[in-house]
Design a protein around this ligand. Structure first.
Ligand SMILES: NC(=O)c1ccc[n+]([C@@H]2O[C@H](COP(=O)([O-])OP(=O)(O)OC[C@H]3O[C@@H](n4cnc5c(N)ncnc54)[C@H](O)[C@@H]3O)[C@@H](O)[C@H]2O)c1
Length: 300
């Protein structure tokens, strides 16, 4: 049975790399040479399940733009296999779509929907995909079992010792948002805590090394400044997923003031200039000597 991948960016490429390429049918308007790109119709006709790895960017108000996913669901509406969405989107969006799936006439979509949140980082996409800490499958128990048993045999990733968790679709979507917003908040807190350590005459790096050993706190996201040499968090996922939580919370009248304040502190941290200081200009006498040494020799 062949496997579809729709969306061949960071996530789609990592999934593809973990499979035997002969089994794959990929669709992405930007895939021109590396893989033969199949049409949606070909993928629908020939695959048992499809990974959706489509973008879910932020709208101007911070809410999650699910239109690319929605358009794809529409194109896949008569597909009778399993659609495994890897895209990060609000739980309510996934629950509403899930409730519209099924063989009954009244349902909009024939496919069975499973959400499998992805935890890779763009910087180490393939390595992270192949070495997950957790594999979360959110859907009907029977579909989760299908995904886990069939995908395990085709995807090299499942040969790791990752914890495998089967849950409902809304919980899978919510835990992904929790993970990203929690880690983003941890980064902001660590940035401020590092300053406090400095004020106490303590090296943050040494404190972080001790904290990493404490399982309750976890061993990641301690770098101050971060891998991009800046303070606070950036990247494609944390800001957009935090903004999406805040937008859905506001629409529902839920108080998420802690997360909201975290975003304000992060903006201040991101604004700090971390570029290396420019070397001080040489004293005037020295500058004259340098100028003489480097001046082009005339008349040759
Ligand atoms: N990159 C990460 O670190 C990461 C980690 C976890 C989760 N995610 C989530 O996974 C999803 C995908 O992320 P990504 O980083 O792979 O995105 P990406 O932007 O790198 O790739 C998305 C791909 O989808 C293609 N695409 C867009 N519209 C399409 C369409 N209609 N049909 C076919 N292909 C289409 C684009 O050409 C692009 O190649 C997002 O929801 C993201 O939030 C990303």
């Amino acid at each position: 049975m062949r496997i579809g991948i729709i969306g061949y960016g960071f996530v789609g490429k990592a999934i593809a790399a973990a499979h035997d390429r002969k089994t794959l049918m990929i669709n992405d308007p930007n895939v021109l040479e590396e893989w033969e790109s199949y049409t949606i119709e070909q993928i629908v006709a020939n695959t048992g399940w499809i990974y959706l790895c489509l973008p879910t960017p932020s709208k101007e108000d911070g809410s999650c733009d699910t239109s690319i996913l929605e358009n794809m669901f529409e194109q896949l509406k008569n597909y009778e296999g399993i659609v495994i969405s890897k895209s990060t989107a609000p739980p309510k969006f996934y629950i509403d779509t899930f409730n519209n799936c099924g063989p009954e006439q009244s349902k909009k979509y024939k496919f069975r929907l499973v959400h499998m949140p992805e935890f890779l980082t763009a910087a180490n996409a393939l390595h992270d995909y192949m070495h997950p800490h957790t594999i979360v499958v959110g859907g009907k128990p029977v579909d989760n079992t299908f995904v886990l048993t069939h995908a395990i045999t085709s995807d090299l990733t499942y040969r790791t010792k990752a914890k495998i968790v089967s849950t409902d679709i809304g919980s899978a979507a919510a835990m992904k948002y929790y993970a990203n917003s929690w880690l983003a908040t941890k980064v902001v807190y660590n940035n401020q805590f590092a300053q406090w350590c400095k004020s106490q005459g303590v090296e943050w790096k040494n404190v972080a090394e001790v904290l990493k050993k404490d399982k309750r706190i976890g061993d990641t996201h301690y770098d101050v400044p971060g891998p991009d040499t800046k303070f606070g968090y950036g990247g494609a996922c944390f800001p957009k997923d935090v903004a999406s939580i805040l937008a859905t919370a506001e629409a529902a009248g839920v108080d998420m003031s802690l997360l909201k304040h975290q975003v304000e502190v992060n903006e201040q941290l991101r604004a700090i200039d971390t570029s290396p200081p420019k070397p001080a200009p040489a004293p005037i006498r020295q500058r004259a000597n340098i100028a003489r040494r480097v001046a082009p020799t005339r008349g040759k």
